[in-house]
Structure formats: C-alpha cells, structure tokens
Design a protein around this ligand. Structure first.
Ligand SMILES: [Zn+2]
Length: 320
C-alpha cells in the first residue's frame, strides 16, 4: 500500500467526513531521502475539538502503535458520527523504531529536547518541525509510552493534576496509577502544555513488545476520552478500580555493583523501612539490603539483575 506524502499538515484542507493516511516529510537523510512519519487524520462532519494521539517517540516503545491502529479501525467505522478531528501518529521516532532503539538517529532522546530548535542539530530540527506541523494543531493530546529497556511499568499516567481538565483526561484512561508531574523536562507533553494543549503521557507496559491486555485497556481510555469530549456518541466505561494518585515520584538507585533482586511487584504498596531489594555479589554473597525511604507504591521497576553502582531499582510513587 502506498500513501500520499505531504510536507505540511493543513487540517482546514481535509474534507469533512473522511479518513486520511499520509506520510509527512519531517527532515531528509544523508542521501537526500525523506525521513517521514505516518499520520492518520479523521475529520468529522460535525465541528468539535482536535484530539492528537502520538506513540513511539521512543522508538522501541511499541504498545502505542497497536493502540493507535485499533483506534484507526474503530474511528474509521464510526466516521459518520465523529465530531471534530482525530490526528494519530502511530510512530513519531521512525528512524529509532527501524533501529529497535529508544533514541533518534544521533543517539538523542527526543523526549528530552522538545520543542526542538529551528536552526538546531539533527534531532532538534526533527523535533521542531514535528512540533510545528503536528503537535501545535492539537487541543487535546495523549502521548503513549512504555517502560525503558530492562524495566517494567504499571499502566500509569503522568499529568499536571493542578489543571482540572488535564486531571479529567488522566482519570478517563482508567490507569492503575496517576502521577502528578508538571512536565518541565523537555518532553513532548511538556512542550504541548506550553502551547496550552491539554496533554497527558500514558505509560503502557513494557518495551519492544505488544501486550494485548494493556493495549485493550489503553484503547478503552481513548474511547472514554472521545466520549468525554463529545467527539463520538459512546458511553464512558465504568471503573473497575480507582487509580492510586501520587503527588510525586522518583527512582531509587543502587549503592553498589552486583546482582539485584527487586522484591515488590508493580503497583504493590510498601511502608517506610520495608525491604525492597537485595543485592548479591557475583558469588551469591549478600552485599546489601535496600529499604524504602518512605511509604510508597511501585510505579515501575528494574528487571535487569546485573546492576552497577547507580542502577535503577524501582520507581517510587508518593501517595500522600
Ligand atoms: Zn517513553
């Protein structure tokens, strides 16, 4: 299947009541060939907001690709009922995905340099054009991620909970955990928020794989969002469990080098002083027991036992 290539994204030129698939040229590679990103646009006949969905800003975080492809199927079959516009980018960091890597071609993490720079280096220019042509057209935005390599995550949302509508977006995803985070970190979400776009990050499980149940749960969350924004006449699904709200979160790191065993599971709660990890030397002799510095919940954890000094142990969410 070939799809038309475009250089600019002009939503006003899209015919109401249609779905469209394009490849948007963002930059050129060293042979002068276009580096493109796939873009799906569904524009309803009725007016309404622009909801943007993005995935694989980190090239090896793949669950979001399937979340978006499932939504493309659903929205295409309901296009006659759609109000407003859905713009979905199943892979943002296309060069990274082709290399099975998190970073862009130049080894830079795109989610730390947003909104990029007009006259910048390779990753900065890619980020800048993508922000300008795609993200700046959104009013609402959901950025789909997973854990990084060697770690696992709960289904959790990062959002600025001080903003009522953003908080609502977070809750509609029915995640296990919501972490309050203002996004001043060079992330795509942070750059979107600066443009007054209501934006959240949804962390959907683990890297470099497709996980059916988590994909299904995230699709439900986006359906809920379409319902809440009155873009599709569908019902919001009822909660199975309320999310745990964390006011902040941080990683705990190893003090020594050795083989690490992280004890609690994802979403498990613990008290200050509880044992959370044991580290052994290469002969199996116990080196150190790590205990929780305060009460918390496991948002994510390391699954890579070989841990040098300063390796991640677990991502601690502070509930109070
Ligand atoms: Zn990510």
């Amino acid at each position: 299947m070939t799809y038309p290539k475009i250089n600019k994204l002009d939503l006003s030129k899209i015919e109401p009541g249609t779905t469209n698939k394009f490849f948007l040229t963002v930059v050129e590679d060293g042979l002068g060939r276009d580096i493109t990103v796939p873009i799906f646009i569904a524009k309803g006949k009725k007016s309404g907001p622009v909801l943007g969905l993005t995935a694989a800003v980190h090239g090896n975080e793949l669950n979001g690709i399937r979340v978006i492809s499932n939504l493309i199927t659903d929205i295409s079959s309901e296009i006659s009922d759609l109000a407003g516009t859905v713009v979905a980018v199943p892979i943002v960091n296309t060069p990274g995905t082709l290399q099975n890597q998190r970073e862009f071609i130049d080894g830079v993490d795109l989610n730390r340099i947003m909104p990029g720079k007009l006259n910048g280096d390779r990753s900065q220019r890619f980020a800048h054009k993508f922000m300008k042509e795609v993200i700046s057209k959104f009013q609402f935005h959901i950025d789909l991620h997973t854990a990084s390599f060697g770690r696992i995550n709960s289904l959790y949302v990062r959002a600025n909970l001080e903003d009522t509508e953003t908080k609502m977006l977070a809750q509609l995803q029915h995640p296990q955990i919501i972490v309050h985070n203002t996004g001043k970190d060079g992330s795509l979400r942070g750059a979107a928020v600066k443009k007054n776009i209501k934006s959240i990050t949804v962390e959907v499980g683990n890297p470099q794989r497709l996980q059916k149940s988590l994909i299904k749960a995230s699709v439900v969350g986006i359906h809920n969002t379409l319902s809440y924004l009155k873009m599709l006449p569908i019902e919001i699904e009822s909660h199975t469990a309320e999310p745990t709200i964390c006011q902040k979160s941080y990683w705990i790191y190893t003090e020594f080098g050795g083989i690490l065993d992280v004890l609690p599971d994802i979403t498990e709660s613990f008290k200050k002083g509880d044992k959370i990890a044991i580290q052994y030397d290469v002969f199996g002799q116990k080196i150190y027991e790590y205990s929780a510095p305060e009460d918390g919940i496991v948002i994510g954890k390391s699954t890579n036992p070989v841990s040098q000094t300063g390796s991640r142990i677990l991502h601690l969410g502070v509930v109070k």
